[in-house]
Design a protein around this ligand. Structure first.
Ligand code: ATP
Ligand code: MG
Length: 367
């Protein structure tokens, strides 16, 4: 799939801007603070109905304005599709082909994007919540049901945490109600973990291959799901729910005294291993970056496998962060199959040699 056109109205520093894109590589060139990242962000928001940089939609609305509007035309194998998103202080309205979709899980996934920014090179070493965010963002796009289960899980988690807090403060005492919430949370948690395990296995297959290519077969990459549940092995959704419920029972006293939920997908994590050594602990900076790159490139293939279409790739200033060999690898992987948007202060020699007929946009003060 690719993004044919976007129209931005009062989004960040763009007042009104209509742009037609190339299905291949689009390069956004400009000095600092001109609106390069804002444009990538607009594409990301059009796809995900939320920003990768902020959870506050208000920040996306141009200063002193009431609402921001994004309109996009997507080309998919089955034909063109129109997406529209209006962000205002009152909330958001999402439309597909002019029809409002009150459930965002029916909007997200129409345009698939993968964003790669310098922070993502720290995916391996960064905090666990960044890896969970990564997992959730990617899997939500390829599976609307995953997003649905995850949202429900988060909702019940909030209720349960609130109730545990009330019990801790002796403002409540109904343990039967706690049991009901616990069972609901375990069931939803089982669903979320089961899907994560399936998609991670598939992601690993691609990442392993790509990593071997980049390192000329020297390093074997494996991905492991990190959780405080035992024996994940070949567990089904139901097994995992039972497993999680047992864990909650075991943690009951601790949860009551701390007033919060201590197990479940919201506390799980992901580990990366190279030839059986944990990259987080033992990897060099270069190995950590290559691992992050392999995993990111693997997502492109996973999305393709799952949806039958390649996603749109957004590269925010990453070329300058990669050495020549990795730049070459990245540019060769995307060549001819993935619509790409990349921001840069200027194209270097490698990029000029490898990118065939880029469409160049000069970004200057929101224009
Ligand atoms: P760099 O090369 O430094 O990354 P950039 O071109 O990617 O620069 P952006 O992050 O796209 O820069 O744009 C930053 C500019 O957008 C800043 O000048 C900022 O003041 C402006 N900006 C951010 N949010 C808003 C908003 N809601 N309304 C108006 N302008 C905004
Ligand atoms: Mg930027």
């Amino acid at each position: 799939m690719y993004l044919k056109q976007i129209i931005l109205t009062d989004f960040r520093n763009y007042q009104k801007q209509k742009l037609d894109f190339s299905p291949a590589v689009n390069v956004l060139i400009g000095k600092n603070a001109q609106g390069k990242t804002n444009l990538l962000e607009a594409i990301f928001v059009l796809a995900m109905a939320k920003s990768h940089r902020t959870s506050k939609d208000k920040e996306l609305i141009r200063f002193k304005q009431e609402a921001a509007r994004l309109e996009g035309t997507i080309n998919r194998r089955l034909g063109d599709l129109k997406l529209e998103l209006i962000l205002s202080k009152k909330g958001k309205i999402a439309k597909v082909n002019h029809l409002e979709r009150p459930k965002l899980s029916e909007y997200i996934g129409q345009l698939n994007v993968i964003l790669f920014a310098p922070e993502d090179l720290a995916l391996v070493k960064g905090a666990p919540q960044e890896r969970r965010r990564f997992i959730d963002m990617e899997f939500s796009q390829i599976d609307p049901l995953y997003l649905h289960d995850l949202s429900q899980y988060k909702q019940v988690l909030r209720q349960r945490n609130k109730y545990l807090k009330a019990l801790q403060l002796k403002q409540a005492n109904d343990l039967v109600y706690l049991d009901i919430l616990t069972e609901q949370l375990a069931n939803l948690g089982g669903k979320v973990i089961a899907k994560r395990l399936i998609y991670l296995k598939r992601l690993e297959t691609y990442a392993k291959d790509l990593h071997a290519q980049i390192t000329q077969g020297k390093e074997q990459l494996t991905l492991r799901y990190k959780t405080n549940l035992k024996d994940l092995g070949t567990q089904t959704e139901n097994d995992l729910a039972t497993n999680l419920l047992a864990k909650f029972q075991q943690l009951r006293q601790k949860e009551l005294s701390q007033g919060t939920s201590l197990a479940g997908p919201h506390r799980d994590d992901l580990s990366f291993y190279l030839n059986d050594n944990n990259v987080q602990t033992y990897g060099s900076q270069g190995q950590q970056r290559t691992t992050a790159l392999s995993v990111k490139l693997a997502e492109i293939e996973l999305m393709h496998e799952q949806t039958g279409e390649y996603p749109v790739l957004l590269l925010d200033d990453v070329l300058s962060e990669l050495d020549g060999q990795r730049q070459t690898h990245l540019l060769k992987t995307i060549q001819d199959k993935v619509q790409t948007f990349l921001t840069t202060p200027g194209l270097n020699d490698i990029a000029q040699q490898l990118i065939k007929e880029p469409k160049i946009f000069h970004v200057n003060n929101g224009k």
